[in-house]
Design a protein around this ligand. Structure first.
Ligand code: DOR
Ligand code: ZN
Ligand code: ZN
Length: 351
């Protein structure tokens, strides 16, 4: 028996589609196909490419590269760096937020210099969020800067109870702060690390069971605003090399895992829609898509496998039993996914 329902076209505020510069991992075509196959009709792409999106020229280049190629709609975040501050005014209308790396991870965008951090928070428009990669103590620094300069702050991939506690406190103080969690932190813990080896390595790392429970509780109490996949593909060869890169893909597994949580009674459908559509739409001011929906079969069981549209061709969730399958995606009245095949490209670059 099937149990078909319609969801809105989902919005992923946090993906790394790797173009330009690292297209052996992913590109705009494969990345947005993965989005569509995962029920996402809108994605926001991160700036930490080998040629980072930190100048007006680099942003325009990215927009040009994506135009005419994308299967889902796509928008971009600008990258924060010492040198990128001079472009803030020119790019603020063309992007959805400013990504700031306050801890080490993939790419060269780390900023630790206190003066540069102050300048970034002071200069970035107060109308759009600063998205921070800020783990543990670093998050406290980000919150205090946002408070000082009156920024909208969006905390990426929260993974620790201590971070949830800080965000809850900042919200109750009235700060304009939102946050996201990823499915790898919701469905895997440090115990899975051994089994997964390099395929379970990402930043922030998989955390403890206790931290994981705090994330689920954060969803329930409303401290967690949204799910971001942090789709961060790397090739199998790269993952098996000496210098293991951080990151795992997530676009095609997020909705199935969340539907499984609905089936298990850990999440309501209303909450799922809030986390993957309503809240990211509001926080990042994403335009409407007319006649757009995702049809899922709430009752269909299947085993997550590596047969995926992402170029990297693997997922840390392979072998997991899921309940809830994506059967169809319609974008602006066009069938773009029939459960197996992708049609298009019908996506638009949002500028
Ligand atoms: O695991 C991660 N991978 N964390 C990040 O912050 C960056 C991402 C990537 O771009 O590979
Ligand atoms: Zn990050
Ligand atoms: Zn990321």
């Amino acid at each position: 028996m099937s149990n078909l329902i319609k969801l809105p076209g989902l919005i992923d505020p946090h993906v790394h589609l790797r173009e330009p510069g690292a297209t052996q991992k992913e590109d705009f075509i494969t990345g947005t196909k993965a989005a569509i196959a995962g029920g996402y009709t809108t994605v926001l792409d991160m700036p930490n490419n080998p040629i980072p999106t930190v100048t007006q020229q680099a942003l325009e280049e990215k927009i040009k590269l994506a135009t005419g190629k994308v299967y889902s709609d796509i928008g971009f975040h600008f990258g924060a760096s010492r040198e990128s501050i001079q472009y803030f005014k020119q790019v603020e209308d063309k992007v959805f937020g400013l990504k700031l790396y306050m801890n080490h991870t993939t790419g060269e965008l780390l900023i630790e210099d206190a003066t540069v951090l102050e300048e970034i928070f002071s200069e970035w428009t107060k109308g759009k969020p600063i998205l921070v990669h800020a783990e543990a103590d670093t998050l406290a620094k980000a919150i205090s800067l946002a408070k000082k300069y009156g920024n909208k702050l969006h905390v990426c991939h929260v993974s620790l109870k201590a971070e949830i506690d800080m965000i809850r406190a900042a919200k109750s103080e009235g700060l304009d702060i939102t946050c996201e969690v990823t499915c790898h932190h919701l469905f895997l813990t440090e115990e899975d690390q051994q089994r997964l080896g390099p395929f379970g390595i990402m930043r922030p790392p998989l955390s403890s069971k206790e931290d994981q429970s705090a994330l689920w509780y954060g969803i329930e109490e409303g401290v967690v605003d949204m799910i971001g996949s942090d789709h961060a593909p790397h090739t199998k060869d790269e993952k098996l090399s000496e210098k293991v890169p951080n990151g795992v893909p997530g676009l095609e597994t997020t909705l199935p895992l969340l539907l499984t949580a609905v089936d298990d009674g850990r999440l309501t459908l209303d909450k799922l829609i809030e986390l993957t559509y309503t809240n990211p739409k509001r926080v990042f001011n994403i335009p409407d898509q007319q006649d757009t929906f995702v049809e899922v079969d709430l009752d269909e069981p299947y085993t997550i496998n590596n047969k995926l549209y992402t170029k990297c061709g693997w997922t840390p969730f392979a072998g997991m039993e899921a309940t809830g399958r994506i059967k169809k995606v319609v974008l602006r009245g066009q069938l773009v996914f029939d459960g197996q095949n992708i049609f298009g490209p019908y996506g638009q670059v949002m500028v």
